[in-house]
Design a binder for this molecule. Structure first.
Ligand SMILES: [Zn+2]
Length: 447
């Protein structure tokens, strides 16, 4: 009896202590419950209304969807090609597309269907309906200018700030390669549009007035509903920024504002000053600064010169502690290094494009690593874009949102099954990443 009861006691202790031990130390492999946890989490994650922190909503024939354009014949990674069969699945989920391929005879059905829906849902109703279908409550519209067919309550505007860095003769910059031949004239056009907005027929003669003009555009854009300014500077020049004096920038401005081609070094020095001026203004105006940090479109995009880590000296500079930075695309494919920049209280990472450039199995690994490091500093985005009349922002929203939700459920399921967190905490992290972390950045200006 005695032996038996001791044995029983030992068994009870063992049974009680197994889960306690398991909770004390995370495991290196998921347990047999992984799939079950995934299938419990996914439907709950699908129900969370999301805030899309980076997107380019609009129709394919709208030139204001972006301040940029893809250079012709640029290489596309496998998943972002037009013939990705997942895009047929997107059209099916959104519009009931009855085919499983995207042959021209079949895609005519899709173009007609969208035309019909646009008629039934005029003006802002059409894209509001698309957001409802993908359960996105609000989506940033990172566009050259806003469109009257987007509801500003659900599509807060993020405008572009690069063009202030290109006010001089850009002959040499434009001739550098065929990508710059597309990009730089678009920056000149953007600067011209800001001048028109401020009723300026030419650039101010004095440098002080040029800085005033820049601030005026920022303030006016904010009044028009702009919630942040966006840089895609990595497309045009290295993201290592020097720290020139205002006198240096002023001298260069005066020498070249009315003509002449600055040397590359002079131009960069001037741009270094303007970039720093803009991010300081972002602090003063409570206008977060979004920066493209990833590989980019065009075969000449220089990843080592546009590397997110080049920005470290700016991000960790106490002079800019009052500015909120969002690293758009999270430094992809350098996202492992990038997450450590979010140690700075004012630095956030956006995951958009990562979920399209990678399939969910790989994107899951990115999210898991981020969630295990600074889960309160990461935000969701689709980087949706209207590729053409057939594959629009609509399908792109769907693919971005679905890929993210499945990868997120998988990342969290692994964390639960490996004993890192429980399911309640997993859902809190999902709410933070999909919605709450981004919304908090804007102090009540978005929802
Ligand atoms: Zn984008």
């Amino acid at each position: 009896m005695r032996v038996g009861s001791r044995l029983l006691c030992a068994l009870v202790v063992a049974m009680v202590s197994v889960p306690i031990l398991a909770n004390a130390q995370a495991r290196p492999f998921p347990g047999p419950d992984l799939q079950q946890v995934y299938h419990r989490l996914l439907p709950q994650i699908e129900k969370i209304p999301a805030f899309d922190h980076h997107a380019h909503p609009g129709f394919a024939d709208d030139p204001d969807v972006d301040a940029m354009a893809a250079p012709p014949n640029a290489s596309e990674a496998l998943r972002t090609r037009d013939d990705n069969p997942e895009l047929a699945a997107a059209a099916k989920a959104l519009f009931g597309y009855p085919y499983s391929d995207l042959s021209p005879e079949h895609t005519k059905w899709l173009v007609d269907k969208k035309g019909e829906l646009k008629k039934q849902n005029p003006g802002p109703a059409y894209f509001n309906m698309i957001l409802d279908k993908v359960n996105i409550e609000s989506s940033v519209a990172n566009r050259a200018m806003m469109a009257d067919y987007l509801d500003p309550k659900r599509f807060p505007w993020v405008f572009f700030a690069d063009s202030f860095m290109w006010p001089f003769n850009n002959e040499r910059e434009t001739a550098r390669n065929s990508d710059q031949g597309v990009f730089i004239p678009l920056q000149e056009k953007m600067l011209h549009r800001w001048m028109q907005q401020e009723n300026a027929s030419k650039l101010p003669a004095s440098f002080a007035d040029y800085l005033k003009f820049i601030s005026q555009v920022l303030e006016d854009n904010q009044k028009k509903g702009g919630i942040a300014m966006k840089f895609e500077v990595a497309y045009f020049r290295p993201t290592t920024f020097g720290d020139p004096t205002s006198q240096q920038a002023e001298d260069i401005y005066h020498r070249f504002v009315s003509g002449g081609v600055p040397t590359e070094r002079e131009y960069r020095t001037f741009q270094d000053y303007i970039f720093r001026y803009l991010i300081e203004e972002g602090g003063r105006l409570h206008l977060p600064v979004h920066i493209h940090t990833a590989i980019g479109i065009g075969d000449y995009f220089n990843l080592s010169q546009g590397n997110i880590m080049n920005l470290e000296s700016v991000l960790r500079d106490p002079r800019y502690a009052g500015t909120t930075f969002v690293m758009i695309h999270g430094g992809y494919p350098l996202e492992r290094e990038a997450i450590w920049l979010a140690a700075m209280k004012n630095v956030y990472l956006d995951s958009s494009f990562g979920e399209l450039a990678q399939y969910p199995s790989a994107f899951k690994e990115t999210l898991k690593m981020w969630l295990e490091t600074f889960p309160d500093k990461i935000t969701f985005g689709t980087d949706c874009f209207p590729y053409n009349q057939v594959l629009g922002a609509e399908e792109s929203y769907w693919l971005g949102a679905e890929s993210t939700r499945t990868a997120l459920a998988a990342a969290l399921a692994e964390m639960v099954s490996e004993g890192e967190i429980n399911e309640g905490r997993a859902l809190e992290l999902a709410h933070g990443y999909l919605h709450d972390n981004a919304v908090k950045l804007y102090g009540g200006r978005v929802h």
